[in-house]
Design a protein around this ligand. Structure first.
Ligand code: SIN
Length: 483
């Protein structure tokens, strides 16, 4: 694999703790989902390694947090520059271990790096407050301070950007960081550690663990009292377990969990624009993002026109290996993911849904599933109620605004929602009624460094990116002065 890289030094196969690459007694294989072949074997971090990483981060905290925010920002800017300088190599590593098309992987590297740049800039604006009181002999001042060691667990679907979004905010705030990379995609995270090292980020400040035993390492990271904040991106099921584990040490916790995004096309929508929006939102990363469109609701008056145009656009998408030119949709992460998807599609068809395209197992290999559209879906079917994480579009018809808003909100999730309309009154009404943390209005490209990413209900709490993204890594302290 290293022969494919311009800079083979970016291929790292051991955990990075306290500024050093540690050796491990056992290894696990990283598999290319496009062909099932082993890319490399990676050292398997143990619970003791996790404890050592937390200790290193705790030891580094005093000096890192006492740097000026300008000094921290300089180092983050260097890290950002290196990420962009090595964008092609980082993207190739990402595509090989995760599967997404190379163009999307390049986009993810730029997206991840943009968080490092944003928080480098934002770190110098951590303002406090002075508060007038009833007592003229008192002065009240509010200051914000870094919480301490931050630990994170991040998923395989964005192996670069999800770490960058958390680590950049943590480091900018003055915290130190221990991240457990997904065992399916550790190489992107380890390459980020190599670049953090080259940028001069001091030892112990940024640590990355690679392991195929997330439950065990997760117990260390959530229960260790030295960890003052825990942040997770992943499924709601696992998020609940980790939140419980954090309770014993009452850590600050933020959770970016699953979604079930509705995509609503009202009768007054620009249909072409809606088709393109749904296509981009649904099939990005083969449907494997928390904010991917999960259910498409179309008003009955325009359902035939929308469906015809949408199916024709979906049929044009090219399924293939992420490294092949022209691929729009890569493999799913595993054969197991394909099999779960296929079961859900078949179950929907057995319950009365119709296959407009796709829906068959692909001859390209056991990790490939074709872009699929199901019509005549009912909102109560599993294909509409579950988070699909797959390149499958269930289309559901509706006949009035109140009905569709109720159906859209009829889910325990509350991450992202989208709708298309040209009626300004309706736009405000619907935007306010949707119970989701992020709402795209005639827009599905909602991932944006400068905007607060996060959910409501069982999609979690806390916000990442934006000026709000630093708050989760800061303690508010108030100083009361008697004169
Ligand atoms: C996610 O799937 O959790 C992240 C998607 C994004 O940031 O665009």
């Amino acid at each position: 694999m290293e022969n494919l890289l311009q800079d083979s030094g970016l291929l790292k196969t051991d955990s990075y703790i306290d500024g050093a690459w540690i050796t491990s007694n056992t290894t696990f294989d990283v598999i290319n989902p496009a062909d099932g072949q082993t890319l490399v074997s990676v050292g398997n971090a143990t619970d003791s390694d996790a404890k050592a990483a937390v200790k290193a981060a705790d030891d580094a905290f005093a000096s890192w947090s006492s740097l000026t925010s300008y000094d921290r920002a300089d180092l983050l800017h260097k890290w950002h520059q290196l990420m962009m300088q090595h964008q092609d190599d980082l993207a190739l590593i990402l595509t090989l271990e995760q599967g997404k098309p190379l163009s999307e992987a390049k986009g993810e590297i730029a997206y991840g790096a943009s968080f490092i740049q944003w928080f480098a800039q934002e770190s110098i604006r951590v303002y406090g407050d002075t508060i007038p009181t009833q007592d003229r002999h008192k002065r009240v001042v509010v200051i914000k301070q870094p919480v301490g060691v931050v630990a994170s667990i991040t998923p395989w679907n964005f192996p670069n950007a999800m770490i960058a979004r958390k680590a950049a905010a943590a480091l900018a705030a003055g915290c130190t960081f221990v991240g457990l990379a997904s065992g399916l995609t550790p190489l992107s995270a380890l390459a980020m550690a190599e670049l953090a090292d080259r940028a001069g980020i001091p030892k112990g400040v940024f640590n990355i663990l690679a392991s195929d035993d997330a439950p065990s390492i997760g117990k260390v990271l959530t229960r260790d009292a030295l960890v003052k904040k825990f942040t997770f991106t992943g499924s709601t099921r696992v998020g609940k377990i980790l939140t419980e584990q954090c309770a014993s040490t009452v850590k600050k916790v933020s959770m970016e969990l699953g979604g079930n995004a509705p995509f609503i096309v009202f009768e007054d929508a620009d249909i072409e624009q809606a088709v393109q929006g749904a296509l981009a939102s649904k099939y990005r990363n083969a449907g494997q993002t928390c904010i991917c469109t999960n259910r498409i609701f179309v008003h009955q008056d325009i359902a035939d026109t929308f469906t015809e145009k949408y199916v024709s656009a979906v049929t044009e998408l090219k399924l293939g290996k992420g490294i092949d030119a022209g691929t729009n949709v890569g493999p799913m992460i595993s054969a197991a993911a394909v099999s779960k998807t296929h079961d859900l599609v078949q179950q929907a068809v057995a319950q009365g849904a119709k296959l407009a395209c796709g829906g068959n197992l692909s001859p390209l290999g056991e990790s490939f599933y074709p872009p699929t559209v199901l019509t005549e879906v009912d909102n109560t079917m599993a294909v509409a109620q579950q988070e699909l994480f797959a390149p499958v579009s269930p289309i559901i018809q509706f006949n009035n605004e109140a009905q569709v808003v109720a159906m859209a909100n009829d889910t325990p999730y509350g991450l992202a929602a989208y709708f298309y309309s040209r009626d300004i009154s309706r736009i405000w009404r619907v935007a306010e009624k949707l119970q989701f943390g992020m709402v795209g209005i005639n827009d599905t490209a909602i991932s944006n460094t400068a905007a607060p990413f996060g959910g409501m209900k069982q999609s979690g709490y806390g916000r990442e990116g934006s000026k709000y993204g630093l708050d989760d890594y800061l303690d508010i302290k108030y100083l009361s002065f008697a004169l």
